[in-house]
Design a protein around this ligand. Sequence first.
Ligand SMILES: [Zn+2]
Length: 235
Amino acid sequence: MNIARKIINGMLNFVLPNVCLGCEGMLSNNESYLCSSCMLTLERYNETHPWQSQKISEGIVENSLSVYWFRENTPIQNIFHELKYRKIKRAGLMLGEHIGKMIQEQNFSSYDLIIPVPLHKAKLRDRTYNQSEFIALGIKNILNIPVIKDVLCRKRFTPSQTKLNKLERKENVNGAFEISEVKRNIVAGKNIILCDDVITTGATILECALTLKTAGAAKILVCSAAYAELKTNTL
Ligand SMILES: [Zn+2]
């Protein structure tokens, strides 16, 4: 696709729902979000997270899942680019709906709330939106349970994780989240779906899970649209 065409299609993507999120080609009537050839490139993450059994035995999470592998230079990278840098809400909705369907396929507990991993207020002002909230809304489309976005807060600004190793990432987010005393009753005793766009080492989302557990949450399902290996994470 030449550059001019790409720019035009990119602009169309802002206003038209019938442009493929993976390749920016026009969708046919029976396609939504993605064309059938981009859909075929999505690679399911049919594995368990490396830390899953440990975190289950520690009682931090009940379960965890990611829907796809994050692979560079494939349509999934384009979808995340649309979501993260171009504020294309339907990219988040699509990914969230795929998470919701995967949750339905599993024999998990029933859940009361969906909570997206929050951004720090300063970062939210800067970016104007939290991409994980769009994913949460997609999960809601399938499971029909409420999204709660003002309970779990990032109290400390944390530098970007992209250049940090596994241990540094854990330290980077240690104690970074909080739930105010007056809002603890919203999560206490509740089964919660905690969602993010991408899980890499799991440091961020597991710190959120720990914060929710400390506030009295019952069961927590940690989930993301994609799982990225540390070396390939360029988001
Ligand atoms: Zn496509």
